[in-house]
Design a protein around this ligand. Structure first.
Ligand SMILES: [Fe+2]
Length: 257
């Protein structure tokens, strides 16, 4: 076993043991937790649980000192290989897609302000009812997922609709724990992006819609003030979001023993 694994595993178990002592945990509570751990596995919710209740700490720890734009959690609903879109850069959607039509534009820059021509933006989001394609009933596979490329000035744009807020699945063990603790199961409305260019550090982030409920009670604790955007209503009725992304140099890889 590596020293690193020994250290982390020992520390996690020690902190768990301290909770048992500090709160005088009963046998009934231990058996309940054991069954809940089994339930999370059987429901396939470990990715959900990790991304909702653990990932934001990892993201903060790894990137809080990074130059450039703020990132936040990846979450469990990204699918690689979304289609590369061409003008007019419209995310794939149903004929009668619900929700406010929205144009998202901006530039991708390095930390010196130079445009990053050819930067790739991988975009995915829930529909107006808060449902992700391929994970929830309703939208067809590929709905509201696509990739766009920044032009020679680092300018990007894509067309979509304002997503809805959503809850973690209400019939699963992650929500059972959330409800037992008395916490909100909601995530505020947001658009996910991964922006990458050359050998710079890819930026995994989300843009949060400022008119959404739950900005102050995100179950995944992923909201950051710098990532809250205000869609402006244009004369043609379309909403417009303008946001520049600044990519930082890649972090030096950490040696794993
Ligand atoms: Fe999401």
């Amino acid at each position: 076993m590596s020293d690193r694994a020994n250290l982390l595993i020992s520390d996690v178990l020690q902190k768990l043991h301290e909770v048992i002592v500090e709160h005088d945990v009963t046998y009934d509570e231990y058996q309940g937790v054991k069954q809940w751990l089994i339930d999370v596995g059987e429901a396939g919710e470990w990715p959900l649980f990790g991304d909702v209740y653990i990932e934001h700490w990892v993201e903060e720890q790894n990137f809080s000192d990074r130059a450039g734009s703020q990132g936040t959690i990846l979450g469990p609903f990204h699918l690689p290989g979304a289609p590369h879109l061409h003008a007019p850069f419209e995310l794939p959607h149903r004929l009668e897609e619900k929700g406010d039509p929205t144009l998202v534009t901006g530039r991708v820059l390095d930390t010196d302000g130079n445009p990053l021509a050819g930067a790739n933006l991988d975009v995915w989001q829930a529909d107006a009812d808060g449902r992700y394609s391929s994970f929830m009933p309703g939208p067809p596979d590929g709905n509201l997922r696509g990739q766009v490329t920044a032009d020679e000035n680092g300018h990007y744009e894509f067309r979509t609709v304002i997503p809805g807020p959503y809850t973690i699945p209400l019939d699963g063990p992650t929500h059972a724990m959330t409800a037992a603790a008395g916490w909100s199961p909601w995530r505020p409305a947001h658009i996910h992006l991964i922006i990458s260019a050359g050998n710079l550090e890819p930026l995994v982030t989300q843009l949060f819609i400022d008119t959404s409920d739950y900005l102050d009670s995100d179950v995944a604790s992923a909201v950051k003030a710098e990532l809250v955007v205000h869609p402006e209503r244009a004369e043609n009725g379309t909403l417009k979001i303008d946001y520049n992304f600044v990519l930082a140099p890649a972090k030096a890889p950490t040696a794993v023993s």
